[in-house]
Design a protein. Structure first.
Lengths: 108, 119
């Protein structure tokens, strides 16, 4: 079973800053990776699929990169509404679909 | 507009069977590119994928929970049903249903339903 490792677990940042969140797979998953955003009390929302394709309606400040085992979600200029938990998910080798443990973005 | 909505009991007792229903709208369960999955999230923890049913009626389960899960669909009612047997307090979680595209990513999610397992 593939293991997805996200780092760091928590990131304290200020609005307006640029931030990069990391997701690592225990074996190559090509570009078969999605990113989700989850705010408290809400369901996850799809941000990125195929490692770098923004989902419908996702602002351009969100970008994804990487392939193989190393992936990054970058938010170019943090807005107040971006403080949330972010999850990566692999779909290269399933079942099971595996999510990472999440990175929480909190206000510094 | 695609929507999914979970329904089911909020409280179940240990050893009981949980039955959850996901009612979808805005797409057909017969759409060849679409399926529906169940995913859960214990309070304060990460997401865990449970099961999938695709348009062809292909089904897939989490290996660690396979013996306890059954997923099915009623296309005429636009519903997907998940049953989980032998519930335990560790199964306390918010249960989500989500649309899966091309057996890959989850592009639309229900609001989730919190299920507590307690005697």
């Amino acid at each position: 079973e593939i293991v997805m490792t996200q780092s760091p677990a928590t990131l304290s940042v200020s609005p307006g800053e640029r931030v990069a969140l990391s997701c690592r797979a225990s074996q190559s998953i090509r570009s078969d990776l999605a990113w989700y955003q989850q705010k408290p009390g809400q369901a996850p929302r799809l941000l990125i699929y195929a490692a770098s394709t923004r989902a419908t309606g996702i602002p351009a400040r969100f970008s994804g990169s990487g392939s193989g085992t190393e992936f990054t979600l970058t938010i170019s200029s943090l807005q107040s509404e971006d403080f949330a938990v972010y999850y990566c998910q692999q779909y290269n080798n399933w079942p099971p679909y595996i999510f990472g443990q999440g990175t929480k973005l909190e206000i510094k | 507009q695609v929507t999914l909505k979970e329904s089911g009991p909020v409280l179940v007792k240990p050893t009981e069977t949980l039955t959850l229903t996901c009612t979808v709208s805005g797409f057909s369960l017969n759409n060849p590119r679409m399926g529906v999955s169940w995913i859960r999230q214990p309070p304060g923890k990460a997401l865990e994928w449970l099961a999938l049913i695709f348009s062809t009626d292909e089904k897939s389960y989490s290996p660690s929970l396979k013996s306890r899960l059954t997923i099915s669909k009623d296309t005429s009612k636009s519903q997907v049903v998940l049953t989980m047997t032998n519930m335990d307090p560790v199964d306390t979680a918010t249960y989500y249903c989500a649309r899966v595209v091309d057996l890959r990513w989850f592009d639309s999610w229900g609001q989730g339903t919190l299920v507590t397992v307690s005697s």
